[in-house]
Design a protein. Structure first.
Length: 298
């Protein structure tokens, strides 16, 4: 089982799952009915489990090329494991990985249909975008935008569960916020970890194409945009989210995003990229805890 969980990067997936809970509570202002909540949690968990597995399935050939020379790096704290990329390491069969993905993807599809048939469109779009993201590794660094869109699908689906017809402008604002967080806090720092291997296989990531100076500036710009956009999130909620919420959200952004992002921009060291990745991975949990406090206090 550990090999399958490593394939789906379960520890990271659990952290990402918190962002769907945050989005639902933000837009609804209270807990949904318990049957809806239970099915939504299972559906979201299945979706993240399937997509992270798909990432390794589609990229297995490149992963084998990347790590043929020096082995597979252990990754950052939230993904640190000797079993990372288990198919590329030969510790899990390709057939087993495909079966694992298929089972969880079917669970996600069934749950999405039960919650809101329109969610099936989101679930169908997710693997298409994830596959495109993987296949663009050697083509263009613009694939980082695709990564941001993929990461935003879970929270968008959560909103559609509790608010069937959300305001398009506010939904677009939330997507922009999520894309900025993913690019600055997750995607570029993760690519920073694999820069030597990516250069070896001809990958077109931002750290490889533009170097550490520009990559660091891009990280800081994306994280600054994320924190600024987060100040508009209260407009999506029926809750009275005033200055206390804004102050707490700003503090979370400063501590988990901007401070480690600035450190990376100045030092341009891999260790700083690792700290940023780990801090930014906690951002969804911190945001969920914040909105949960306002929901309970209400």
């Amino acid at each position: 089982m550990k090999k399958f969980l490593a394939l789906s990067r379960s520890s990271h997936g659990v952290l990402d799952l918190a962002m769907t809970g945050f989005a639902a509570l933000l837009w609804l202002g209270h807990f949904p009915a318990w049957p809806v909540l239970a099915v939504a949690i299972v559906t979201a968990a299945a979706g993240y489990t399937a997509l992270y597995a798909l990432n390794d399935l589609v990229g297995v050939k490149v992963d084998r090329e990347k790590f043929a020379g020096g082995g597979i790096k252990p990754g950052y704290a939230v993904e640190a494991s000797e079993l990372r990329y288990p198919i590329a390491q030969g510790k899990l069969s390709l057939r087993g990985g495909i079966a694992w993905f298929a089972v969880w993807y079917l669970v996600a599809l069934a749950g999405a249909w039960w919650l809101n048939p329109f969610l099936v469109v989101v679930v169908l779009a997710a693997p298409v975008l994830e596959t495109a993201y993987c296949l663009l590794l050697k083509v263009t660094w613009w694939r980082t935008l695709v990564s941001g869109l993929v990461k935003s699908l879970g929270p968008v689906a959560a909103v559609l569960v509790v608010v069937p017809r959300p305001d398009p402008a506010l939904l677009a604002l939330m997507v922009a916020w999520l894309v900025a967080w993913e690019i600055g806090g997750q995607n570029i720092p993760a690519d920073w970890n694999d820069v030597e291997e990516d250069r070896r296989v001809g990958a077109r990531t931002i750290p490889v194409v533009f170097g550490p100076r520009t990559a660091g500036a891009a990280v800081l710009a994306a994280l600054l945009a994320c924190v600024v956009l987060s100040l508009g999130l209260p407009a999506m909620s029926p809750l009275p989210l005033g200055m206390p919420y804004l102050a707490a959200s700003l503090a979370i952004g400063l501590y988990l995003l901007l401070w480690p992002g600035l450190a990376l921009c100045l030092s341009r060291e891999g260790s700083s990229a690792a700290r940023l990745f780990d801090r930014a991975s906690l951002y969804p949990v911190a945001q969920l805890a914040l909105i949960l406090a306002f929901v309970l206090l209400r």
